[in-house]
Design a protein around this ligand. Structure first.
Ligand SMILES: NC(=O)c1ccc[n+]([C@@H]2O[C@H](COP(=O)([O-])OP(=O)(O)OC[C@H]3O[C@@H](n4cnc5c(N)ncnc54)[C@H](O)[C@@H]3O)[C@@H](O)[C@H]2O)c1
Length: 331
């Protein structure tokens, strides 16, 4: 099959396109102008189209002649109103432009997979855990809102003209090396330095002040507990598992018209995860009871397991082991 992957140079796009090429598919990748990843995508054997999905003509050019589409291209930003405008143009208008072009070829397409996010749920104030696909979708970020609009657009085209669309709600996705760095996508939730910013972003002024008051190297790992001593809990998806889920969404007929949580096999709790990462990496950790709302995130992947046969392999230990096997510990 010839498969379009938007966002092909990103964290997910790189790993997904490698898996598609390995199984004999042809990949066309959409790459933003000026993206430094263009050369390595071309070297990997990807047919690259340079363009921005804000432009409707790029959407039409991208979908011409392909059999299936993974729409991963999007901005991930959390902040002020200016950033909301960027999210609207790239994520909402960009998704509309691609879907509208794909819809014109709906009968030729095997699948349109839309990369959504667990941020369509109010994850930090969930009505129940684990969060399944029936949990109310009430995003608290504009990013999550942009993803919910994208889902609705995809389902509209499915209902109205039978576009074979499916939606994947990704948990936070990490490549293994990112776990050992404060600026890594998952590492941002594991180190004192980066958790100060996270605490501020989720409205925890008191929590940020507590962490700022610690007399430790900011690159220290953080064993976070809530005020009552219960360890924080986090659910993410190792990109290797996510790729397995995405391939199932492409291949399984029952994926069409449905949304699926794609997350790791189990969430991790900080009391088990942080000492393990510390022992394996040699990075020290500090244990802190943090005031304010805790992080307790847990997804249900039962629907993906039952309907698609999704079998994620990598828990926190598995991601850490892969990171350290790759020799990647940067402090
Ligand atoms: N990484 C996560 O934790 C996570 C979690 C939930 C959902 N997602 C979603 O998964 C997808 C892939 O995530 P990732 O981690 O690979 O992100 P990434 O930032 O590494 O890659 C995203 C890619 O999209 C491209 N892009 C952005 N705007 C574009 C536009 N207007 N036109 C064309 N290309 C554009 C960027 O150039 C980049 O290469 C995104 O849609 C993201 O919102 C990611």
């Amino acid at each position: 099959m010839k498969i379009l992957v938007t966002g092909v140079t990103g964290r997910v796009g790189r790993n997904l396109s490698a898996a598609l090429l390995a199984r004999g598919d042809t990949v066309r990748g959409l790459v933003l102008p000026g993206d430094p990843g263009l050369g390595s995508a071309q070297a990997a054997g990807i047919e690259c189209l340079v363009g921005n999905l804000r432009d409707a003509e790029v959407g039409a050019e991208a979908v011409a002649g392909v059999d299936a589409i993974f729409h991963l291209g999007a901005m991930m930003l959390w902040g002020d109103f200016e950033q909301n405008a960027v999210l609207f143009e790239d994520n909402v208008r960009g998704t509309f432009n691609l879907l509208n072009a794909a819809a014109a070829r709906a009968t030729d397409l095997k699948r349109f997979v839309f990369a959504s996010s667990d941020e369509v749920y109010p994850s930090l104030s969930a009505e129940y855990l684990p969060i399944d696909e029936d949990h109310p979708t009430k995003p608290y970020s504009f990013y999550g809102t942009s993803k919910l609009i994208g889902e609705n657009l995809a389902f509209y085209y499915h209902r109205a003209i039978s576009l074979p669309a499916t939606v994947a709600r990704f948990a936070l996705v990490t490549e293994p090396p990112e776990v050992t760095r404060p600026d890594g996508w998952l590492g941002r939730f594991l180190f004192v330095e980066s958790m100060i910013g996270t605490a501020r972003a989720i409205g925890g002024t008191e929590a940020a002040a507590t962490l700022e008051g610690l007399q430790v190297d900011p690159k220290t790992l953080l064993l976070a507990r809530d005020a009552g001593g219960t360890p924080y809990m986090f659910h993410y998806c190792d990109v290797r598992d996510l790729v397995q889920g995405l391939l199932l969404l492409l291949d399984h007929p029952d994926a069409v018209g449905e949304a699926f949580n794609l997350s790791g096999p189990v969430p991790f709790t900080y009391d088990l995860a942080i000492p393990y990462l510390s022992e394996k990496s040699g990075i020290p950790f500090v244990e802190v009871n943090i005031p304010g709302p805790p992080i307790r995130i847990q997804h249900s992947i039962a629907k993906a397991q039952t309907v698609l046969g999704y079998r994620p392999q990598y828990d926190f230990h598995g991601t850490v082991d892969a990171a350290l096997a790759a020799g990647d510990v940067k402090r």
